[in-house]
Design a protein around this ligand. Structure first.
Ligand code: ASN
Ligand code: ZN
Length: 344
């Protein structure tokens, strides 16, 4: 039997109808993309892995989704394939972003595809990347605070953990852990802007699609003013290293917002922001494309497993010097944005 790449489409939960490249095997289509390293999406069937502390037995399956007519999902959770469309689309956009913007092919940079498991566990309200399987896992959410975790920014966030593992390998605790988390939030925002999907426009919010009214806030995290989540700091202090990594990330998320868009009030893609500085300065943004390139070069060239906030300042200054020159507006803006979040 011949295996061919086929152009299909899917009705997603969060991003409308999206194109999908799939595989035809015999008379059936598989949700597997030969143009992006054979990335595929499977059903975990509500099962979970068996984990004791950090050791896990991968017990939940990834039963590949199949379809008769290559039109996938139905736009609501009534169809089990709907969130599979979101997950596959998230992998596609993240793959395309890293390839187009940085020339990086795949999470590991070696052309190898990953795979997704959706419908993991019972009301599981999280998603995670796992280096050991080179795979993504998504829960359906608890239905009160969070819906299915398959939004594009969550997908890009989680897969970017794989990029960090393959590059700087920032240790997932203390300040390096905050930088690891921030890298995922920064790349998640960048992927969302890159995808430019009318149903889910680019923004500096994390998880705005997945939060439900019961969550009480319009997003999981807010890069313009991280303290809007009730837990993250807007600027660095000696206590930053003691925070959960999803909060200590706020310092770098805020740095990235200021570097991209500048301080003060601004509306981007219809979303309003108001970003403060800790030192009373006014920061002029250099645009998110330049900011993203600087962060990626810092991550892949200068950061190491033990990089802390002070070293991240140096790493991004080195990256800006390489890309734009010492004393360039971009270089000076990096210094100003770090100073504005109290990283001197
Ligand atoms: N969703 C969490 C995160 O990516 C799960 C994890 O892997 N820590 O931050
Ligand atoms: Zn994360």
């Amino acid at each position: 039997e011949t295996i061919r790449t086929e152009a299909g489409d899917g009705k997603s939960l969060y991003t409308g109808t999206v194109p999908l490249e799939t595989t035809k095997s015999g008379s059936v289509y598989q949700l597997k993309d030969p143009t992006r390293g054979n990335t595929y999406t499977g059903d975990a069937g509500g099962q979970t892995d068996l984990c004791i502390l950090v050791w896990c037995v991968r017990r939940a399956p990834a039963t590949i989704f199949t379809d008769a007519d290559n039109h996938w999902g139905g736009g609501t959770t009534a169809d089990r394939a709907t969130v599979a469309v979101d997950a596959q689309f998230g992998t596609n956009m993240t793959w395309d972003f890293y390839k187009t913007v940085f020339g990086r092919t795949g999470i590991g940079g070696d052309g190898k595809g990953s795979f997704n498991r959706v419908h993991y566990g019972d009301r599981y309200a999280n998603a995670f990347w796992d280096d050991s399987c080179f795979c993504m896992t998504y829960g359906d959410g608890d239905g009160t605070q969070l819906g299915p975790l398959t939004s594009l920014d969550v997908a890009a966030h989680e897969m970017s953990h794989g990029v960090t593992s393959a590059t700087a390998n920032l240790t997932y605790s203390g300040e390096s852990g905050g930088l690891n988390e921030a890298t995922s939030d920064i790349m998640a925002a960048a992927v969302e802007f890159y995808a430019n999907n009318p149903a889910d426009v680019g923004d500096y919010l994390v998880g705005e699609e997945v939060v439900l009214p019961g969550f009480g806030k319009p997003a999981l995290r807010f890069m313009d003013r991280p303290s809007k989540d009730g837990s993250s700091p807007d600027s660095w202090s000696t206590g930053t290293k003691n925070l959960d990594v999803h909060y200590s990330s706020g310092v770098a998320n805020h740095f990235f917002y200021l570097l991209s868009e500048g301080s003060g009030a601004k509306t981007v893609n219809g979303v309003s922001y108001d970003s403060p500085t800790s030192n009373g300065s006014t920061v002029a943004g250099i645009g998110r494309d330049a900011a993203t390139k600087i962060w990626y070069r810092a991550l892949t060239t200068y950061m190491t497993s033990s990089t802390d906030y002070k070293a991240a300042r140096t790493a991004t200054l080195n990256a800006a010097r390489d890309l734009y020159g010492a004393g360039s507006p971009q270089y000076n803006a990096v210094a100003a944005a770090w100073s504005a979040v109290n990283v001197a």
